[in-house]
Design a protein around this ligand. Sequence first.
Ligand SMILES: Nc1ncnc2c1ncn2[C@@H]1O[C@H](COP(=O)(O)OP(=O)(O)OP(=O)(O)O)[C@@H](O)[C@H]1O
Ligand SMILES: [Mg+2]
Length: 240
Amino acid sequence: MRAPTSDLPLVLDGISLQAGATTILDRLNLTIAPGPPTLIVGPNGAGKSTLLRVMMGLASPTAGRVSWGGRTASPPLRRAIVFQRPVMLRRTVAANVAYALAQAGTPRRQRAERVAALLERVGLPDLAQRPARKLSGGEQQRLALARALARDPEILLLDEPTASLDPAATRGVEEIVLMAAQSGIKIVMASHDLGQVRRLAGEVMFMVRGCLRERAAAADFLDHPTTPEAAAFLRGDLVI
Ligand SMILES: Nc1ncnc2c1ncn2[C@@H]1O[C@H](COP(=O)(O)OP(=O)(O)OP(=O)(O)O)[C@@H](O)[C@H]1O
Ligand SMILES: [Mg+2]
């Protein structure tokens, strides 16, 4: 039997993104392979969200090459992204997940069972029939994760998913993210919360002005940054 093809590693080869005269991403070379979560940190405007959007195929680089599992032609289906503020369909919680399953090509007869399993996985089984837009911020973010997991992703991109949440809701989201990572899903997540980086990251990518300035195991980055910008960032100095 042929081994199933994987979409990883994701390789960015000389990726730049220009908007007019502005360089948003500046000649990035990086590989994302299976493994513990990769956290992207850096000051506002560093290009973290843009990088995630390129990985999701929502933004097109103006130079360079992106490949998935060695292929450039067919972008992967098993990738998903969750943003800081999810947009919910004006339907029930269950219907939001069912819609994501339909989009992912799950046969209709399997959907009800999968919806139940996904809502269980994110801790929302009791809210299945609630209108999604009536959920709290933390519950909406759990639902956003359920919708993302409905795609059975190999890689899950997260753009500051807890930035609007209180500590209890943040913990709930982090537990789901850690569970996803333990189940083998590659997590790539932008965060401003250094405590969160310590809790979740296997490795850190530190960006400044569209460049990848540092990439290291999380403990090494947090305790022994090698660039002056990263040291200043970790001290809480303004890095512009
Ligand atoms: N479509 C666009 N056209 C022009 N400039 C853009 C566009 N999208 C993003 N930018 C600029 O690119 C830079 C990087 O933005 P991006 O949102 O990726 O940064 P970020 O690291 O996610 O910042 P934050 O920490 O605030 O979320 C910013 O200066 C932003 O204003
Ligand atoms: Mg951002």
